[in-house]
Write a protein that binds this ligand. Structure first.
Ligand code: FES
Ligand code: FES
Length: 168
């Protein structure tokens, strides 16, 4: 069954009609030509498809597009503003937080969403208490970013990039 919906992607509204079985990732990539979110596993396991949806990080390969009718989606390609890179993009450049770059759009969106979760006091599974600790330690960053895999193994530099942004 086809269903009409509207997706706001990187500041642009798109009206489209999709088969109700279409994932959000396929709607973005195959229907709208938005290729910043990558299809790595297509099974919710690698994080390459991560975007920010209404300010929160989400995977796009699992949810159906119709479940996000009206959502405001920001991909890594939509983070720069007024010709300036987002601080997280700049930090990834400063610290070589990538090699092949395939995971990078998802890593950057996830890192931005993760910092907001941390600021909101959300604990992780390595947090000793029920509230986020004062500092985003290596262990906290690793755990909170564990949904984003990097086959090139750039984790050390990704952590450094995240730390640079949290220190700002
Ligand atoms: Fe979505 Fe791997 S492509 S988690
Ligand atoms: Fe290659 Fe992460 S930079 S998979």
């Amino acid at each position: 069954m086809d269903t009409p919906l509207t997706l706001h992607v990187d500041g642009r509204a798109h009206a489209l009609t999709v088969d109700t079985r279409t994932t959000l990732l396929d709607a973005l990539r195959d229907r709208l030509g938005v290729t910043a979110p990558k299809k790595g596993c297509d099974h919710g396991q690698c994080g390459a498809c991560t975007v920010l949806c209404d300010g929160r990080r989400i995977l796009t390969c699992l949810p159906l597009a119709v479940a996000h009718d009206g959502a405001r989606i920001t991909t890594a390609a939509g983070l720069a503003a007024d010709g300036e890179l987002h601080p997280m993009q700049q930090a990834f450049l400063d610290h070589d937080g990538f090699q092949c770059g395939f995971c990078t759009p998802g890593q950057i969106c996830s890192a931005i969403g993760m910092i907001e979760e941390f600021k909101a006091g959300d604990p992780s599974s390595v947090t000793p208490g029920l509230r986020a600790p004062a500092e985003l330690t290596d262990a906290e960053i690793s755990e909170r970013m564990s949904g984003n895999l990097c086959r090139c193994g750039a984790y050390q530099n990704i952590r450094a990039a995240v730390k640079q942004v949290t220190a700002q």
